[in-house]
Every structure is written in C-alpha cells, then in structure tokens.
Design a protein around this ligand. Structure first.
Ligand code: HAM
Length: 430
C-alpha cells in the first residue's frame, strides 16, 4: 500500500461572530468622545453610573421583559453549558438595574435613585444595517417610591433629546404616547381584541399568538398583512382613566413649556412588557428600517413585580451604533493625534533620542519612535503614518550642538530647538 502524503492545510483564520464587530483604534476615539460627553451631561442631571454583569439569570429577563416579547422569545442568547446554565446575556439594561436596585436595597439610600449605564447588550437578531447581535446602549433609569410625576417623565425625555443634540445628531423625531395604568392597559387589550377579532385570520402566525398573550404588539408588527389590518384601527385613548389622561395632558404641557418638540402617536406601543403610562421613541429617518435611536418610558410596576418594593420608575436607552450612523460628518470630533515622533539618524545618537522620548512622555507629551534605525526617508514615512503633529530629529550634528530639529508636519516648517527647551516649546504649541 502506498503511503498517502498529506499536504499540511493552512489553518483556518478565526472569524468574528456574525452580528458583532470590532471597534478598531481608527474609530475608538468616536466612542470615547460619545462616552465622555454622555457622562458629563448625565452628571449634570445628577445621574450616577452603575455597572451590572453582562449576564443574568434567564428568569430575570423572562419575568421583566415578558414571555411573549420577541426579545425573550426569539432573541435571548442563553448560556447553555457549564456552571452558567440558566443564565443569558443581557438583551437590555433595565431588568439588571432593577434587579440590582432590589438586591442592594437602593430605595433605602435615596428617595429617588438616578442611575445610568453604558455597555454592550446582546440580542440574537438577524443582522442588518443598524441591527447587530452585540450592540451598545447608553441608558438611564430613575427609580423611587412616590416619584411618578409628569415632571420626571418630562425631564427624562428632555435629557434624551439633549443627549442626542450634544452628540451632534440632528433631524430626529420624538414620538410619545401613553399606555395608561396596568388597569387601563387591561381594558385597552380587551378593546383591541374586540376590534381585531374579525380580522384575526389575516394576521401573521406571531400575531395570532400575540392576540391572546400580548395583543399590543400586533400594533407594531412589521408584517405587511398585519400592518394593513392595524391601519384601519385608529387606536385612541378611550381606555384611559381620568387620572391617566390628566397625567398625559400635564406631561405634554411640561414638554411644550420646555420647548421640546414632540409628535403624538397613539399607536406607539413598545416591544417590552413592563411599560405603563408614558412611552416614547426617538427616530431618525436616515437610518432606514431600523430608525429608532432611542426609546423608553415609565414602568411603575416592574420593581414590585420582581419582588421589590412598590416604587415608580422611568428611563430610556439609546443605541450607540445607531447614534454613530446618524451622526453627520461635521459633528465628528477630530481624531486625537500623537504629538511628537522622534527620529534618530544613526545608531550612535539612538540612546540619546530614546532618552529624549522618555522625557517627553514624562512631561505628558505623547510620543513614539522607530525602534530600528533606518534611513531618514523611511523614518519620516513612519512619522507620517503615525499621524504625529511634530517630528523631533536628532543627528550627529544636532547632538554636537545640543539641539534637535523640530519639524511641524502640518506646515512643513523646521526649526532648531535647544534640547533643554524642547518640552516647553512643544507644550507651548498646545
Ligand atoms: P429598546 O427599544 O429595546 O429599549 O432598545 C433601545 C435602543 O437600543 C433602540 O432604540 C436601539 O437604538 C438600540 N437597539 C436595540 N436593539 C438593537 C440591535 N439589535 N442593534 C443595534 N441597536 C439596538 C430598551 O432596551 C429599554 N431597556 C429602554 C428603557 C430603559 N426603557 C426604560 N428604561
């Protein structure tokens, strides 16, 4: 028998999982800018940061977001092996914040707990523009006993609008609605079932299921057949109690008083079950079919529903990837640049050049060097690629004179600077 000679196969190159992305150094400055601006603004509204785990017990999401919500039913990324069985990656932040609020008895610390979070969320969705399986949210939650006032709802909405403006997003639309109290929602469900009954057979399979379990969701189904059925419905606010109606009217007055422009959309319901009263969504038409940049609302029963005290709550979350998609080029901050690239013209001066570099860094001036002494041309090419604003050149001649040549990479101008004046010269250049 002849021996088979197997040719070694090139190892398969590992690929990033579908629906996720790397944030490369060329774009990370945008993320850091967004995060810094968001942190600054949120602290002026007295929100404090909270960081919760990226996974939680699956039951937390089922009990809070709703068994029939798509997020739980179809998109939950569950951990199926090892010790973490029974856990899932968080699809959003509200449930985790509420879990932490209860577990850490935060209600005992302050009348109103104002929290914000920044971080990755995970949903097993079919990826498309503006929709990924790992995405990032900036979210806020204001939770506390007896804090259901339309002023707080208005503050949260105004903050959301201001956050997007601060980040340079323009031409967005704020849509608001009210679902009323839990009781109002019940009567709304009944009325909707009645109105949809005759057309139930025309609904998609998911909506036929939703008909019994969560009839609201039929209102925002994307299926064209369901849309046609819903178009004839014209949902109104007949189901609202006097109190809920007055709350909503007051909210609209406060928003107008603050100069926050909004559009009332009575068919606006949300994909997650926990909302009561105010719901809102901010969309930006340039995003296409996934046009919601941000969404939120009030959820007065969730904390108690999860075994905590009866407290009120309201919040929102923005999608960072969608903010980036909606951000016009002129709103993007300039990329941070290296300040000084050191070029040593021969081996002999390299140790000194290296010491100068360390001195610059010690003075807080960002600098780098080509660790291999090559031709001036090749080192200048590296300096150019680094994006550095200045190049510090040290050759034998400069060494003897106790100077360096300082080249401005923007203007091309070059000047001689005494070694001991280099730090002040570069610092003065801003
Ligand atoms: P949500 O509407 O499910 O609400 O998500 C909020 C935002 O997250 C969306 O408007 C969108 O910008 C972004 N987002 C959601 N899914 C994806 C995805 N697959 N890819 C990219 N971006 C996405 C919530 O999550 C609630 N927790 C909001 C809230 C906070 N309500 C009260 N407090």
């Amino acid at each position: 028998m002849s021996k088979e000679i197997s040719t070694p196969r090139a190892p398969q190159v590992p690929r990033i999982p579908r629906g996720t992305s790397d944030i490369l150094p060329t774009e990370i400055f945008l993320w850091r800018d967004i995060e810094a601006k968001a942190r600054r603004l949120l602290s002026t509204y007295n929100f404090q940061e909270i960081r919760t785990p990226v996974f939680e017990e699956t039951a937390l999401f089922k009990r809070s977001l709703g068994q029939t919500s798509d997020v739980v039913n179809k998109q939950l990324l569950e951990l199926v092996s090892g010790k973490d069985e029974g856990c899932a990656l968080r699809p959003e932040g509200t449930a985790s914040v509420v879990r932490s609020y209860i577990e850490n008895s935060l209600d005992r610390q302050q009348a109103l707990t104002k929290l914000f979070y920044l971080g990755p969320m995970f949903r097993g969705e079919r990826p498309q523009k503006g929709r990924s399986r790992q995405f990032h949210q900036i979210g806020v939650e204001a939770i506390g006993p007896n804090t259901a006032t339309p002023y707080l709802d208005a503050e949260i909405i105004a903050l959301n609008v201001e956050l997007l403006r601060t980040l340079g997003v323009r031409d967005f639309r704020l849509k608001i609605n009210t679902l009323g109290s839990a009781q109002d929602k019940e009567s709304f469900s009944g009325a909707l079932r009645k109105a949809l009954h005759a057309d139930a057979a025309k609904l998609c399979e998911d909506c036929r299921d939703r008909f019994e379990r969560n009839v609201f969701r039929i209102l925002d189904c994307k299926n064209s057949g369901c849309r046609a059925v819903v178009a004839g419905l014209k949902p109104g606010h007949e189901h609202l109690s006097e109190e809920s109606r007055a709350y909503y009217v007051r909210l609209k007055e406060i928003l107008k008083n603050l100069g926050v422009e909004f559009e009332e959309v009575p068919s606006l319901v949300r994909g997650l079950d926990y909302y009561t009263h105010t719901v809102f969504e901010i969309t930006q038409p340039s995003l296409g079919s996934q046009d919601a940049i941000s969404a939120g609302g009030r959820y007065n029963n969730l904390v108690a529903q999860l075994g905590g005290p009866q407290v009120d709550a309201v919040g929102f979350a923005c999608g960072v990837e969608r903010i980036l998609l909606a951000m016009p080029a002129d709103a993007r901050p300039p990329q941070e640049r290296l300040k000084a690239y050191v070029v040593a013209l021969d081996e002999h001066v390299f140790p000194k050049a290296f010491r100068i570099l360390q001195q610059l860094r010690g003075a807080g001036i960002a600098g780098d060097i080509n660790y291999k002494v090559s031709s001036m041309k090749s080192q200048m090419r590296s300096a150019d690629k680094s994006g550095s604003r200045y190049v510090v050149i040290l050759g034998e001649e400069e060494d003897k004179k106790g100077v360096v040549a300082l080249k401005d990479m923007t203007t091309g101008e070059q000047q001689e600077v005494k070694e001991d004046k280099l730090i002040t010269t570069l610092s003065d250049k801003g």
